[in-house]
Design a protein around this ligand. Structure first.
Ligand code: HEC
Length: 183
């Protein structure tokens, strides 16, 4: 039988399509079988959420005095030695500037919760190797950022039970949605 090239191509496409459909039907008869079920321990390891009230903070502790070296080595190149900003965001100062014509938003002048600083740094910093700092290093570097902003003393030790008690300067200037409160 003579078949034009076009007709031949159309026929082999139809055959290929029906083969694919059959395979797909056979497949869907079984369970999707996608991925691997995680154990509670594996989920706990990946669940990094820290709430404003401190829920989810890991055990550990650190002070600004301890965090200074970590910051100098791991953070200063991008954020400036004193947190004044360099290649990337400024992390200190700007206090009281938010209602001025030239607001300077930093974690110190703007962010309402110290626990969010911890949460953010744990998830995202240092930029090239997030997740590389231990809980003690994270408490220490968070303390150092708060120290640069005049919020804690150099030797104040922060841990999983007191970080949520730090009063951030801009905490009370957020407007809460109906039914939601700051505490
Ligand atoms: C290679 C550069 C780099 C290094 C090193 C680095 N950061 Fe960052 N950092 C960034 C960038 C870029 C952003 C902005 C990310 C974004 O907006 O998605 C940022 C954002 C932040 C913010 C949020 C600032 C804001 O106002 O939104 C904090 C806090 C922070 N970094 C802390 C740290 C700490 C602490 C370290 C050291 C442990 C560190 N960073 C190391 C590049 C860096």
């Amino acid at each position: 039988m003579f078949m034009s090239n076009g007709a031949y191509r159309a026929m082999s496409f139809a055959v290929a399509l029906s083969a694919a459909t059959t395979t797909a039907l056979a497949w869907s008869a079984e369970q999707p079988n996608l991925g691997v079920e995680l154990s509670p321990a594996e989920i706990a390891e990946m669940n990094l959420t820290v709430l404003p009230d401190g829920t989810g903070l890991p055990p550990g502790s650190g002070s600004a005095a301890q965090g200074q070296t970590i910051y100098a080595v791991q953070c200063a190149a991008c954020h400036g030695v004193e947190g004044q900003g360099n290649l990337n965001d400024r992390l200190s100062g700007g206090h009281g500037s938010l209602s001025s014509g030239a607001p300077v938003k930093t974690i110190g002048s703007y962010w309402p919760y110290a626990t969010t600083v911890f949460d953010y740094v744990r998830r995202a910093m240092p930029y090239a190797s997030p997740g590389s700092l231990s809980p003690d290093q994270l408490y220490a570097v968070t303390a150092y950022l708060l120290f640069l902003n005049g919020i804690v003393d150099r030797d104040q030790t922060l841990n999983e039970t007191n970080l949520n008690h730090i009063q951030m300067p801009n905490r009370n200037n957020f407007v809460w949605a109906a039914g939601v409160s700051a505490d």
